[in-house]
Write a protein that binds this ligand. Structure first.
Ligand code: SF4
Length: 223
C-alpha cells in the first residue's frame, strides 16, 4: 500500500502497545466498530486498572505508520487509549492527524493531565478518579471547565462510598450540565444492579454503563 499523505510531522514518534479493531465498549459510541490505538505508559496506578500490560513495552512508531495501520482496518471510528495517551507529547499531533485523515476520533484519558491541547474535533472521554481508585488526588480539576457537549465524563465506582463521592462531585461542579456523565461499576467489586438501583433511586442525571467488551470477551487483550 502506498504511504498516506497526511502532512504529519515525520519526526513525531509514539510508543504503541497495540492497534486492533473491535467494538467500542464504553461511552455513547458503545457498540460501534472501532479501531483502537493503545499508547504505552501511564503515570497513574488505579487499584482496579485492567490495562497494566500497557504500562511499559510497546514499540516506537511514526504518526504516518500508525495512520497507515489504522487505514488498513477500514473503519471510520478510531479510539486513542492507553495507558494514559496524553503522557506522550506526540499524542495531540496523532489525534489531529487522525481527524485530518477523516476519522471520527475519541480519546480516553485519565483526567490527570491537561486536556486543553487536544484538537477540538476529538471527543474527549475523560475520567474523574473516585477515591476507590487510589488516584483521586491526581484529578486535574481545571480540566472540568474545558469539557463541552462533545465530550463525556466517566466515573468508575468501586463501592457505595465512591457512589456518594460521585454524587457530590456531580452536584458541586454541575457536571451533567457540561457533558454526558457516565457511571460504571468496577467489575467484581460493585454489583451492576446495585449501582443501577442507586441511580434510579436518586434520579441522578447520568448514564449507567457496563463495559461491553468484558461482557462479550471477558476482557481478553486485543478485543
Ligand atoms: S489511568 Fe487508566 S491506564 Fe492508568 S492506571 Fe488508571 S485505569 Fe490504568
Amino acid at each position: 500500500m502506498p504511504p498516506i499523505e497526511t502532512g504529519a510531522d515525520a519526526t513525531v514518534r509514539l510508543r504503541i502497545t497495540e492497534i486492533f479493531a473491535s467494538l467500542q465498549g464504553e461511552s455513547s459510541r458503545v457498540g460501534l466498530p472501532t479501531v483502537f490505538v493503545r499508547l504505552t505508559g501511564c503515570p497513574l496506578r488505579c487499584t482496579w486498572c485492567d490495562t497494566a500490560y500497557a504500562f511499559s513495552g510497546g514499540s516506537p512508531r511514526s504518526v504516518d505508520d500508525i495512520l497507515a495501520e489504522v487505514a488498513r482496518h477500514g473503519l471510520r471510528h478510531v479510539c486513542v487509549t492507553g495507558g494514559e495517551p496524553l503522557a506522550q507529547k506526540g499524542c495531540p499531533a496523532l489525534l489531529t492527524a487522525l481527524c485530518d485523515a477523516g476519522h471520527s476520533v475519541s480519546l480516553e484519558t485519565s483526567g490527570a493531565l491537561d486536556i486543553g491541547g487536544v484538537d477540538a474535533r476529538v471527543s474527549r472521554i475523560m475520567d474523574l478518579k473516585a477515591p476507590g481508585s487510589g488516584e483521586a488526588a491526581k484529578n486535574r480539576y481545571a480540566n472540568l471547565a474545558l469539557l463541552n457537549a462533545h465530550d463525556e465524563l466517566k466515573i468508575v465506582l468501586a463501592d457505595a462510598a465512591d457512589y456518594e463521592w460521585a454524587k457530590r462531585q456531580i452536584a458541586e461542579h454541575a457536571l451533567a450540565e457540561r457533558c454526558p456523565v457516565l457511571l460504571s461499576p468496577v467489575a467484581g467489586s460493585l454489583a451492576p444492579a446495585e449501582l443501577a438501583g442507586w441511580i434510579v433511586r436518586d434520579r441522578l442525571p447520568v448514564r449507567f454503563q457496563l463495559q461491553l467488551h468484558k461482557i462479550l470477551w471477558d476482557d481478553a487483550r486485543g478485543r
